[in-house]
Write a protein that binds this ligand. Structure first.
Ligand code: MF3
Ligand code: CO
Length: 250
């Protein structure tokens, strides 16, 4: 499959699905508090999606069982919500949400502190990860390459002493959740596919406090840091337009 460029009308539709993803994430964020379980977040998200008239994108995707991924502390991505997973003060939880509306997908993620005071090192991890996302978005311009996007993430993350995950990457998105091209969080400026008008990218830095290596738990989904260090994840869908990058999950 080649890279699919979207018309202005299609990008408008993706703005609508992106808007719903954002509303769901805002709602979930307000429920992140010590003592909450990740399954409570899941149920609230599923209800909100229904209210807003969208279908979940993740549930049933390769047999994934839930509408959210909730990844706590050393979990990087694809953590499965559970009644047994209680959030504690000082934890961080990454919440990843995808929906489909009128045939078009939206996908975004945030990492949220649990309680008022997480360790300063963790605050820095969240800040640097989100900053690296915005630097990557800035690089999502016509004529740049996919490698410019990845390099923007990698340079900022490594300059701050953290590491980028290699095994999981961002992606094109549109009428399918995952389209070409792959969008790694590392790369070389000028390398990889050229960005063209109408491309929509899900850019999603996954940043580890310690080493970059990962492993997947026996549930076959949850990806964790191999060294047990904390990990953060932020994601937006971004359209490459004549007027520069446009965030669709705002
Ligand atoms: N945002 C993630 C991704 O783009 C979430 C996928 S979870 C899955 O891969 F269950 F749908 F696989
Ligand atoms: Co994604």
């Amino acid at each position: 499959m080649a890279i699919v460029c979207k018309s202005a009308a299609e990008i408008d539709k993706m703005r609508r699905s992106g808007r719903i993803v954002r509303d769901v994430l805002d709602h979930v964020r307000s429920l992140v508090t010590p003592g909450a379980t990740t399954m409570e977040l899941e149920r609230a998200a599923e209800k909100k999606m229904k209210e807003l008239g969208a279908k979940p994108a993740f549930k049933g995707y390769f047999d994934y069982p839930c509408v959210l991924c909730t990844s706590v502390n050393e979990e990087i991505v694809h953590g499965i919500p559970s009644e047994k997973r209680v959030l504690n003060a000082g934890d961080i939880v990454s919440v990843d949400c995808g929906v489909v509306l009128d045939g078009y997908y939206g996908d975004a993620a945030i990492t949220v502190p649990v309680g008022e005071d997480i360790k300063p090192e963790l605050k820095k991890l969240l800040k640097v990860t989100e900053e690296s996302l915005y630097r990557a978005i800035e690089a999502a311009r016509i004529g740049n390459a996919v490698g410019d996007v990845g390099a923007a993430v990698q340079e900022h993350v490594e300059a701050n002493g953290f590491s980028v995950v290699r095994e999981f990457v961002g992606h094109g998105i549109g009428t399918r959740l995952h389209e070409e091209p792959q969008v790694p969080n590392f790369g070389t400026r000028g390398h990889g596919a050229r960005l063209r008008e109408g491309m929509v990218l899900a850019i999603e830095p996954m940043v580890n406090y310690g080493k970059p290596e990962t492993r997947v738990l026996s549930d076959k989904w949850t990806a964790v840091t191999a060294d047990g260090s904390y990990s953060a994840h932020f994601e937006h869908c971004v359209a490459v337009t004549r007027n520069g990058p446009v965030i669709l999950t705002q």
